[in-house]
Design a binder for this molecule. Structure first.
Ligand code: GDP
Ligand code: GDP
Length: 436
């Protein structure tokens, strides 16, 4: 289910990243944990009451070397384009500035709900200072303190109230939704066009065209697919569209709505840090993943080149060890026909349910082969294992004491389950619980 998106807007130093961190908390993601991948905490997932949402700190999206005012204007545009609700942050200590008015004007023209937050209201006596901000033309301003964590509950109540009502999206389990993600120019739109056999993806920027209108239904060999639009597939010529961080944002949203994600690499250029970051997001979201190496026609090669490239991929994408690799050329159409069957296969694995009795036999055999870990004289006992979810397949291991479970043993069980049932192309999750 697609989560709503909340964007934080405001000029520098009003406290955007402080508030972002408060809302998202300290969850460390695999992407951030991957060596060589720099943290940029501008996208995260927050939750409030029963709602989960994407949170963007637009302050972290740099627009080349645009002057200050142009940059915050662009950031406000991104918020309008991408968010369902916008949190506009101002600084109580400085009153209304001309840059605030500038941002307000842009936000005001959009029809997106805007919640105005007056930050750095660190104590109740300061609450009187928020009244100046009515001048910005929005509803009641919310006094908050990012550094003290005050007022955030009321603010988020208001944000959640403005979420679009989710129409029960018609979910047809037989349709496979997939998206292509990757750096700009790796060939995502070329692949889609080659699959479709015509130039259907690049649509013009007709006012009022909704985002979802560019999802493309597609049928092949009796299987229905929907190709989810991603960054770079609609070229509209907005300044910020070519920035790296904006394309990451578009990728995240596409991943969210997909069953299968094709991580597209450029065979000509090799693997780059941004590729890892993007791939990490697909893995974390629990989607089925295929690694597609495009532009293979342009690579000078001998009989070892493909193996070498595969080794490099395995080395750099350790967390994607389950993802099959397909080498293609959108230009010559070479091996493109391998893509759809691969998508179908990993999608099946992504929603595979295994039989409990067989699962537990596999676990018993695994434990016989490699005894469970022990700690301070106590040995881990596994009582039974059960599959609790699909997309991705998720297993709960019931034990005497979860504290004794070791990461490496969890990993071992995961591999045994993989060996026994396949699961190529899908992450699987293991949760260790104490048997009551
Ligand atoms: P950003 O540029 O809008 O992302 O702002 P930051 O989150 O980096 O904050 C700018 C400065 O304001 C930092 O020194 C923060 O510690 C400080 N700050 C943030 N929130 C508050 C607050 O609620 N009260 C006070 N007094 N300072 C704050
Ligand atoms: P996107 O930004 O990822 O959607 O990339 P595009 O599909 O727009 O392709 C970027 C450029 O790479 C274009 O000039 C394409 O013609 C070129 N290109 C795409 N696929 C291939 C391929 O398989 N081989 C070669 N040689 N060029 C390709």
């Amino acid at each position: 289910m697609a989560k709503p998106t909340v964007a934080i807007v405001g000029r520098p130093n009003v406290g955007k990243s402080t508030i972002f961190n408060r809302i998202v908390g300290e969850r460390v993601s695999i992407v951030e944990d991957t060596p060589g991948v720099t943290r940029d905490r501008i996208y995260g997932v927050g939750d409030w009451l029963t709602h989960e949402f994407h949170l963007i700190d637009t302050g972290g999206i740099e627009i080349g070397d645009a002057p200050f005012l142009e940059e915050i204007r662009q950031q406000a545009e991104i918020a309008i384009e991408e968010a369902d609700v916008i949190i506009f942050i101002v600084n109580s200590r400085e009153g209304v500035t001309s840059a605030d008015e500038e941002v307000a004007k842009i936000l005001y023209r959009s029809k997106k709900p805007v919640v105005l937050a007056v930050n750095k209201v660190d104590n109740p006596e300061m609450r009187a200072e928020i009244y100046d901000f009515y001048a910005l033309g929005f509803d009641e301003p919310f006094p908050i303190s990012g550094s003290h964590g005050l007022g955030l509950g009321d603010l988020l109540d208001e944000v959640v109230k403005n979420f679009p009502r989710i129409e029960e999206e018609e979910i047809d389990e037989d349709i496979i939704k997939f998206s292509l993600i990757g750096r700009p120019n790796v060939g995502k739109s070329s692949i889609v066009n080659a699959l479709l056999g015509e130039d259907r993806v690049i649509v013009s920027d007709i006012a009022g065209t909704t985002r979802d209108a560019v999802d493309t239904p597609y049928e092949f060999d009796g299987q229905e697919y929907v190709i989810i639009d991603t960054a770079g597939m609609r070229k509209k010529g907005k300044v910020y569209e070519s920035t790296e961080k904006y394309s990451v944002l578009r990728a995240l949203k596409a991943i969210d709505r997909s069953d299968v994600v094709l991580v597209v690499l450029n065979g000509e250029e090799g693997i780059q840090e941004q590729d890892k970051k993007i791939a990490g997001y697909a893995h974390e979201a629990g989607r089925a993943v295929i690694i597609v190496v495009n532009k293979w026609d342009a690579v000078e090669k001998d009989e070892k080149t493909m193996n070498k490239f595969e080794e490099q991929i395995r080395e750099h994408f350790l967390f994607l060890d389950y993802a099959p690799i397909v080498f293609v050329s959108a230009k010559t159409r070479k091996r493109l026909t391998n893509l759809l069957p691969a998508i179908q296969k990993v999608s099946e694995n992504h929603s595979l349910r295994v039989q409990s009795s067989i699962l537990n036999e596999v676990i018993v055999d695994a434990v016989a082969m490699n005894p469970t870990p022990s700690d301070k004289g106590r040995r881990l006992k596994i009582y039974y294992v059960t599959q609790v979810a699909i997309k991705p397949p998720t297993f709960v291991v019931f034990v005497n004491d979860p504290e004794i479970m070791h990461f490496s043993y969890e990993r071992f069980l995961q591999n045994r389950i993989r060996d026994a049932f396949g699961f190529e192309g899908t992450p699987i999750r293991i949760i260790t619980r104490q048997r009551k």
